[in-house]
Design a protein around this ligand. Structure first.
Ligand code: NAG
Length: 379
């Protein structure tokens, strides 16, 4: 265990309901085995329209990953990831004209002030199932689960909401106004005139205000800046899965289970995307496959208890947000079904950031009876 992680653990304070008796399970949110510390994605500047396909893992990849790296209460060290190469900006190509309201000939800060005066942070706190999580910011969302961008021709949050409604796996949208160059800035056009663009990005993971940290960039001499940025997220629509029944929906936090008759029902945690399985949307079926793969793994590795092994019968699929940014999909696996009242772990304040739990959904094995131990010796 790295020293920094030990210190972080010492600094940890649970964000939860009044502290119950000590629990055997402590998911170290700062040590979850995601594939990288920074999986932030989002549109490149200059993008006016794009749609990003989902990365759907094959069940066989989930099973292979459990074989190599089973869920265990003991944390593993992270593995390396390859760098993501980004497009290099072009040169003086005309950028698409936006015929929405324009704020021309304004320097960055006066432009932001003019946009904010026109579109104050008074957007509704809810839009159907969506809940507003920030308004009036000068940054756009950058995190995992980017699903695409559409340029709209007015300050129209409902148009953006409709795009999210229609997009499979969309769990949130960010609508903002951007001060863009009319030409792709280059040697011959270091500081082109302004286009004001109204941009809608879609996300397949939830976020909080901290995710809206993309405050623009300087392209040659042109300053791209953002104003009147508003973000909405909606709950996941859970349904039963093959072999697992939806049990708890959008719970306060993740499950923190006590011992059951002196026995630890917690099997461990898996996080995605990881070095072997890529998933960039909230998909509890990935946890279901992991749960079954873990049972199969345990059936092959129980030398210390030759007559029985632990079965995965319940899991909690949730999202850990670090400083407002989703880190990916996390699955905690259990031998026993725990009621919603155990979903008390709302997050942790650690030395390296504030961790919050969102989208906590539980599922229980529907292939009953499903005993926590499977006996292998004849009686
Ligand atoms: C459901 O469980 C049965 C029995 O264990 C198994 O054969 C089947 O493959 C499972 N379905 C899925 C989708 O995992």
């Amino acid at each position: 265990m790295k020293t920094s992680i030990i210190l972080a653990a010492l600094a940890a304070t649970a964000l939860s309901a009044p502290a119950p008796a000590p629990r055997p399970q402590d998911v170290d949110f700062s040590g979850l085995d995601f594939s990288s510390d920074d999986l932030s994605t989002g549109p490149d500047f200059g993008t006016t329209k794009e749609s990003i396909p989902l990365s759907k893992p094959a069940t066989s990849d989930i099973v292979e990953d459990i074989k190599d790296d089973p869920a265990t209460p003991i944390r593993k060290l992270r593995r390396d990831v390859k760098a993501i190469l980004k497009r290099v900006p072009g040169d003086c190509a005309p950028q698409p004209i936006n015929n929405g309201p324009q704020f021309i000939n304004l320097e960055p800060v006066p432009w932001q002030e003019a946009v904010e005066a026109a579109y104050p942070p008074t957007n509704p706190s809810t839009l159907g199932p969506y809940k507003k999580v920030f308004d009036g910011l000068r940054g756009s969302v950058s995190q995992i689960g980017y699903r695409g961008l559409t340029t709209i021709h007015a300050y129209d949050i409902n148009a953006c909401k409709t795009l999210c409604d229609k997009k499979a796996q969309c769990l949130g949208f960010n609508f903002y106004v951007e001060r863009d160059p009319s030409l792709d800035p280059g040697d011959l056009c270091p500081n082109p005139s302004i286009i004001t663009n109204y941009k809608c990005t879609l996300w397949s993971f939830p976020f909080l205000a901290g995710a809206a940290d993309n405050i623009g960039q300087t392209r040659r001499q042109f300053k791209v800046v953002i104003a009147a940025s508003v973000g909405y997220v909606k709950p996941y629509a859970a349904s039963n899965l093959a072999n697992f029944t939806s049990y708890g929906q959008d719970l306060y936090g993740s499950i923190n289970a006590p011992l059951l008759n002196g026995d630890n029902t917690y099997l461990g945690v898996k996080s995605y995307p990881n070095a072997d399985v890529n998933v960039d949307y909230f998909e509890p079926a990935v946890c279901a496959a992991a749960c079954d793969a873990q049972t199969a793994y345990n059936s092959r590795h129980h030398a210390s208890t030759p007559c029985q092994y632990k079965a995965c019968n319940f899991f909690d699929a949730y999202v850990v947000l670090k400083d407002g940014k989703a880190q990916g999909l996390t699955c905690t696996l259990y031998t026993w079904t725990w009621a919603d009242s155990y979903a008390v772990n709302g997050g942790q304040v650690r030395s390296d950031g504030v961790y919050k739990v969102a989208n906590s959904y539980t599922y229980t094995n529907s292939r009953l009876p499903a005993p926590p131990y499977i006996d292998t010796c004849p009686v």
